[in-house]
Design a protein around this ligand. Sequence first.
Ligand code: FMN
Length: 326
Amino acid sequence: MAKVLGISSGTLNGSNDAMCKEALMGAKEAGAEIEFINLHHNITIKSCTGCIACVKAMMGGKGRICVQKDDFLWVLNKMLDADGIIMTSPIFENGVPGIIHTICDRFGPSMDRGNLMIADELNKKNGGKGIDPRFMKDKVISFMAVGGSDWGSLVQMDHGMLAMSPMWKVIDNDKFQWSKTILMDDEALARAHQIGINLAKAAEDIPNAKWQGPEGVCPHCHMNNFYIEPGTTHAICGLCGMEGELEVRDGKIVINYPEEQYALAHDTISGKMKHGEDIQYNEGRLDELKKNSDEFKTRKAKYRDFIKPIYPAMESAETEKELVKA
Ligand SMILES: Cc1cc2nc3c(=O)[nH]c(=O)nc-3n(C[C@H](O)[C@H](O)[C@H](O)COP(=O)(O)O)c2cc1C
């Protein structure tokens, strides 16, 4: 029996909870065992600080360490134990809310399939804790986004980004605009139900699971968000990072990718390995400067000493001093 986890980041018992639960009803009907999380209900997830302790520890054979102590690991464990995930998010400022960006960040480089493979090799060679095999397990995921207006042009790409690091297979990725009253929209509820069925079926047969959504402009990842180099037809897919030329064909915009781009797509092992190599090279340059360059140390000290950051506790201490003086 496939395990399907529903995750909503809407208000408790709001539209996103309902859409997620409707999809879970579909998944249950299709034979899945289900669980449900609302990310705002008794769960605290703090921001990634960018310290990269997680990936350094993993590469060094110490397992996955995070400086933040909160409920992220609990949520991650729930995700890792599921075969499939249905995620529903309210649309905030065109995209996903901060909590979903935070989860993406907390996945970070240490959930990247390419980095995991490199760390696994290193751990096998040098000894160490090894990689939790659940990190490498294939998984399927579907997304729904619910918005209160017509702003939502980034949300499917943001959702796709969450699946990108661990290389989870996306089955559906829908958005519902002008949907404050979605509980009364039978078509939307039926779609959520179908998304749940699709996901549960995909979770039963992960090696053969396929994208069920519309084709999209990007023939590789099905997204419709591109960075267009000004003054050219050169475009970069906002999700998979493939680069090609835009062209209008039969009244439709299409993108032509050169063959070699397919090996560089951000959601392929080859693309991840290339990205990993580039990062390793740059991290190496930084380590070298830190160890051997007096000029680098002087420049670092210049900015460190120019001004120190202030913070609330310090301000109140200052205020207290002022009060004592007064
Ligand atoms: C901070 C904030 C930003 C929002 N930005 C958008 C937006 O860009 N586009 C949109 O369609 N709706 C936007 N909304 C409306 C929410 O998407 C809507 O309230 C949400 O779908 C309600 O879901 P819930 O009932 O599950 O909490 C925004 C709401 C908030 C609070």
